[in-house]
Design a protein around this ligand. Structure first.
Ligand code: DC
Length: 220
């Protein structure tokens, strides 16, 4: 049986940084499920499909071929055979991902892909519904969060470091909007699984969060 660590939480809580590091320390693969929703969003944007057009999104999701591969341990996302990994972090793609991930057909397709990966390999998987839906039997479940102000500041610093012009207020408004949508959607909303350990990273360093999660894995 593969070993499964599920990390869920809102945007900007530091899930991917921490999940990647934990996977590296344990020799597991890191599965970034947000990147799969982003790849689907990129497909929809390229098809000029409106975020509110449920029927077209359902139909399009059947045609998008999304696969995952690993290069030097780093997850690569292929969309119809094209490596789109570097195109997925754009704000526009993130917003479309948040909007289109409410669609049950999109979720069904990507959840199946995630479950197949986790059945074959020891994984650290991060997302919104991993502990509640994708891997309900995961060995370790973490709900990683931080205050909205703190998450906005981190995101703002990240964008500023990349030379992107933005205001802290706009970034915070965007995070609030995304939280609201991710937490109130009908299918698999973001919520803490009953058996997940709550980790609030507002006043923790990245190293402290990594150590906390590793401490939840029994030593073999
Ligand atoms: O983690 P992220 O920002 O890359 O995710 C982008 C969007 O995808 C997020 O707003 C909600 C959605 N998502 C989801 O619904 N379920 C997941 N397991 C991962 C992401």
């Amino acid at each position: 049986m593969s070993y499964q660590i599920a990390i869920d939480g809102p945007a900007g809580a530091g899930k991917s940084t921490v999940a990647k590091a934990v996977a590296e320390k344990l020799g597991f693969i890191y599965v970034d499920t947000g990147a799969m929703y982003r790849a689907m969003a990129l497909y929809l944007l390229r098809q000029h499909i409106d975020a509110a057009d449920t029927e077209k999104i359902s139909e399009a999701s059947r045609h998008a071929d999304i696969t995952i591969s690993y290069v030097d341990g780093a997850q690569q996302v292929l969309l119809d055979g094209e490596n789109v990994t570097n195109l997925l972090r754009a704000e526009e793609v993130g917003n479309m991902a948040s909007a289109s991930s409410v669609n049950p057909d999109v979720r069904k397709k990507l959840v199946e892909l995630q479950q197949k990966l986790a059945a074959r390999e020891n994984v650290v998987m991060d997302g919104r519904d991993i502990g509640t839906c994708v891997l309900p039997g995961a060995d370790v479940k973490v709900y990683l969060t931080a205050s909205t102000a703190c998450r906005a500041k981190r995101r703002y610093d990240e964008l500023s470091a990349k030379g992107k012009e933005c205001s802290l207020e706009a970034v915070e408004a965007d995070i609030r909007e995304r939280d609201e949508r991710d937490m109130t959607r009908e299918v698999s909303p973001l919520r803490q699984a009953e058996d997940a350990v709550l980790v609030d990273s507002s006043n923790m360093t990245v190293e402290e969060v990594i150590d906390k999660i590793i401490s939840l894995v029994p030593k073999s």
